[in-house]
Design a protein. Structure first.
Length: 99
């Protein structure tokens, strides 16, 4: 199965998907032929600022924001899987501000 990767970048401490990111995701979803044959995996990451409890919450909320946006495309909930990593499995180097 072909894999398509789309990153959504959030502001520090935020789970709001800005209009630019939402439009990019919309364009991507609309461009996929036979979307019903795909499974969507959402992996949510954070930096370590703010402690564990806050980052677990933030990670969950980021996943939920992406799920809510995908619902606009009538994607069935059972096609969407998610994993909230918080800061336990960073997707970028978190040792600098630029990440």
């Amino acid at each position: 199965m072909k894999e398509i990767v789309k990153s959504i970048y959030f502001g520090g401490g935020s789970y709001i998907i800005d209009n630019n990111q939402a439009q990019q995701l919309s364009d991507l979803v609309k461009s996929i032929k036979n979307l019903e044959y795909y499974e969507i995996n959402i992996m949510s990451h954070t930096d370590p600022i703010g402690g564990r409890e806050f980052n677990e919450y933030l990670s969950r909320m980021r996943s939920q924001s992406a799920i809510d946006l995908l619902k606009n495309f009538d994607i069935p909930q059972e096609k969407i899987r998610f994993k909230d990593f918080a800061f336990d499995a960073p997707s970028h180097d978190n040792s600098t501000w630029e990440g």
